[in-house]
Design a protein around this ligand. Structure first.
Ligand SMILES: O=C[C@H](O)COP(=O)(O)O
Length: 277
């Protein structure tokens, strides 16, 4: 494929974000090595492993983390660890080779409760915590994104992802206004905090956000690029009485078609972000 119109994404750009004048980096959440390969081939800057059927930040199996490190994708690796109930136990298992670990704040009713959660995460020194704030914080029963950002700044942490807890078709902008989002991004900027936005974002949302002069360091997507994904094909294309051979050949054809759709979507995102500097 022709990558010439895509922004050149190298790992330093991923880590430094738009603060150095670069375009926002694209993070694509995937649930398998197959999807990761597709995202890497397209040029996604961050490949984030999560199992969307089990929650907004649910982890994939540890065997997939290991396979991802072995695959040596040309992208920064990120692992979603879920919320306190899974993240504390899993943190130490995230292999070196991963750079980010996303942890959700649901249930943290106070700043102190969230600080305690972060304190309990025994991450490998090479793996950096990406604290998450939920725009729909009432549903997640936790403190709001301003309070999470306050804590990030107070603890001299480097990163923050604002996402949505409930994936019900509503997106980030259904829960947080553009003015408020701009304030958060601006505050993060001033405090030298790398900030990522996600939450069922589509390209039109991103254009609206950017039109407000609000440029995050990173944009995270899954729903918009993976709604036709290979993984979904497996879910929707059950045997249904077809012979095994016919079913398998249908799956292969379906996977190819869906893979093309995902690829086109990721490329459209990269082209859009590449224009935002
Ligand atoms: O980290 C980013 C999220 O995985 C985005 O997922 P989503 O686009 O389905 O809300």
């Amino acid at each position: 494929m022709n990558h010439s119109y895509l922004p050149r994404i190298v790992r330093d750009d991923v880590l430094n974000g738009a603060q150095g004048g670069a375009s926002p980096v694209l993070l694509v959440s995937v649930r398998s090595i197959q999807e990761a390969q597709l995202a890497a081939d397209c040029g996604a800057g961050v490949i984030d492993f999560k199992e969307p059927s089990r929650g907004p930040l649910a982890p994939v199996a540890e065997s997939i983390w290991k396979a991802a490190v072995e695959a040596s994708f040309e992208a920064t690796l990120s692992a979603a660890l879920g919320e306190a109930d899974t993240a504390i136990g899993l943190a130490a298992q995230v292999p070196a080779g991963f750079r980010f670990a996303k942890v959700g704040p649901s249930g943290a009713h106070s700043t102190a409760a969230l600080a305690e959660l972060w304190e309990q995460l025994q991450l490998n020194p090479d793996v950096e915590l990406v604290p998450v704030a939920y725009a729909d914080h009432d549903a997640a029963k936790c403190i709001n994104p301003h309070q999470v950002l306050d804590l990030v700044i107070r603890q001299h942490r480097s990163r923050l992802l604002i996402d949505t807890f409930v994936k019900d078709g509503r997106g980030l902008l259904d829960h947080i206004g553009l003015d408020e989002l701009s304030q958060l991004v601006q505050r993060a900027r001033e405090a030298n905090v790398w900030i990522a936005l996600a939450g069922s974002l589509c390209i039109a949302d991103m254009q609206e956000i950017a039109g407000q002069g609000c440029l995050p360091d990173c944009v995270g997507v899954r729903g918009d690029v993976c709604k036709n994904s290979v993984a979904r094909t497996h879910v929707t294309m059950k045997p249904n009485g077809l012979s095994r051979d016919a079913t398998e050949s249908g799956l292969v054809l379906g996977e190819r078609r869906m893979g093309r759709l995902c690829r086109a979507r990721i490329e459209a995102w990269l082209a859009t972000l590449g224009q935002l500097v």
